[in-house]
Design a protein around this ligand. Structure first.
Ligand SMILES: [Zn+2]
Length: 201
């Protein structure tokens, strides 16, 4: 596609990305002068449509050019930057292949293959707030290994929940009421209390 074929619509997209009240209409004398200026400059640097759009997005996300005439020089600078970024990206060694996704382990008693285990706040039983922890099964481990560091800090690890004291429990607070608890064998109540991180009842 020739530059003159995509330029008119590109200019419209650029105006939408960088709106201002004094953009001349395309068919005005000023508008046609702008069009010719862009066409000549883009031909000179052999601009590609994708580069121009990427540059236009950069201009829009940066500090707005003060005058209408400042837009073309800024676009040219950004097209140059886009080209450098593309060169750098293609020069970089290819990233190591991501580890293949294991099959969800539907037999996992904790997550049933979801990889995430719901957690309840044992200290707010009246209005339990829920969260989720990455499961300790291979699928849960794989999910955690693929999670962004910021999210890993946010999403608990089921292994930690089991090992350390915290307000989180994997037991739904509504699962048992007191009368039901009383009927449970003492050994099971102890086990339950241990998993809920509460005093034996
Ligand atoms: Zn699991």
């Amino acid at each position: 596609m020739m530059i003159k074929d995509w330029l008119p619509l590109f200019l419209e997209r650029h105006k939408i990305r960088s709106p201002r009240s004094d953009w001349p209409t395309p068919d005005s004398a000023d508008g046609m002068e702008i069009y010719r200026g862009y066409l000549n400059s883009f031909i000179k640097i052999k601009a590609k449509k994708a580069e121009a759009d990427a540059a236009s997005t950069r201009v829009a996300s940066g500090e707005s050019p003060r005058f209408v005439e400042d837009h073309l020089p800024r676009l040219l600078v950004e097209i140059d930057a886009v080209r450098h970024d593309l060169e750098n990206a293609s020069a970089k060694p290819k990233k190591a292949k991501a580890s293949p996704s294991p099959e969800p382990i539907t037999s996992c008693l904790d997550c049933s293959g979801v990889g995430l285990v719901p957690l309840w706040n044992s200290q707010a039983a009246a209005t339990p707030t829920t969260s989720a922890a990455h499961c300790t099964c291979a699928y849960g481990r794989w999910m955690r290994s693929r999670t962004k560091p910021a999210d890993v800090a946010r999403i608990p690890d089921l292994a930690d929940i089991r090992e350390n004291e915290s307000q989180w429990t994997t037991i739904h607070p509504g699962d048992f009421d007191d009368a039901e608890l009383d009927r449970l064998p003492a050994s099971f109540r102890r086990l339950l209390a241990e998993r809920m991180r509460v005093k034996p009842f």
